[in-house]
Design a protein around this ligand. Structure first.
Ligand code: BV8
Length: 224
């Protein structure tokens, strides 16, 4: 019971300039989730989905990690092996701040072949007629976990959660499962739970403590 497990969502990257999903004018306002973040949507219109992720991949490459990403990387360095960061985000801002992170919903920097499961670094622009460098099939897709697909790293996450002493949720609305259920798993084994968010999330009532504010302010304050 000695691990700090931190779950982050789109809100931690908002102040770096990346859109969240459900806030005013967010990604959900631009596209229906069914059209751009499901396997069915990709099958129906792979060009639209590639364009959606190409735009986000290039936006993420153009922005910088903020003070919240930096504070979590510092915390991880100060407590080697005891601070686990699990992110729902598909940007690479945690890594670029120097943290190691588990991407449970995949990553914009990844490309995947649906035919042979080969993974490689995604080019800035992906297109439906791209060919897998391994099996040469035109079955490439962004290495992203869409709705209805099994999130990545679930066994590793469960292993860390079985030793969690403090669960911290940062910048997530608590709408998407199984991530939104982690706080209840933490409570079940007696961990302390803390929410750091701009406003109370859907799961706010499950947290022992909640601090509201902008991540770039309240996360460094909490880490210090
Ligand atoms: C699965 C990749 C099973 C795509 C994403 C149980 C109950 C109900 C539904 C389900 C359930 N179990 C499964 C489901 C279905 C579904 C689901 O949860 N649906 C919801 C909508 C009801 N879940 C799934 O399909 C998952 N798969 O369970 O598979 C299975 C089992 C066996 C075999 C096969 C399958 C897969 C879910 C993953 C979907 N992919 N992302 C992409 O990124 O394009 S989810 C997507 O939403 C992103 O990852 C995003 O991170 C995530 C969550 O959103 P948030 O990060 O919370 O962002 P949001 O905008 O909502 O909130 C931002 C927050 O930040 C706000 O609270 C705001 O106040 C705050 N904020 C804003 N600015 C700041 C700030 N905070 C601090 N500072 C600021 N400056």
């Amino acid at each position: 019971m000695n691990k700090i497990v931190i779950l982050t969502g789109a809100g931690i990257s908002a102040e770096s300039g990346l859109g969240t999903f459900r806030d005013e004018g967010g990604l959900c306002a631009e596209h229906r989730i069914e059209d751009v973040a499901t396997p069915e949507g990709f099958a129906k219109n792979p060009k639209l989905v590639h364009e959606f992720y190409n735009k986000r991949r290039n936006q993420a490459a153009d922005v910088m990690p903020n003070a919240a990403h930096a504070a979590l990387a510092r915390l991880q360095k100060n407590y080697p092996g005891d601070v686990v960061i699990v992110t729902q985000n598909v940007d690479d801002l945690h890594e670029r701040a120097g943290a190691s992170v588990l991407h449970m919903h995949g990553a914009l920097t990844g490309a995947l072949c649906a035919a042979c499961d080969h993974r490689w670094m995604a080019p800035p622009e992906m297109a439906p007629d791209d060919v897998c460098p391994n099996c040469l099939t035109q079955a490439t897709r962004p290495d992203i976990v869409w709705f209805g697909e099994m999130p990545y790293e679930m066994d590793t996450i469960a292993g860390h959660m079985s030793n969690v002493g403090l669960f911290v949720s940062i910048g997530t609305s608590g709408n998407v499962y199984p991530a939104a259920g982690f706080v209840q798993d933490a409570r079940m084994i007696g961990a302390k739970t803390l929410e750091l968010n701009l406003e109370p999330s859907e799961g706010a009532s499950f947290f022992d403590e909640a601090r509201t504010g902008r991540a770039s302010e309240i996360v460094p304050a909490w880490v210090e």
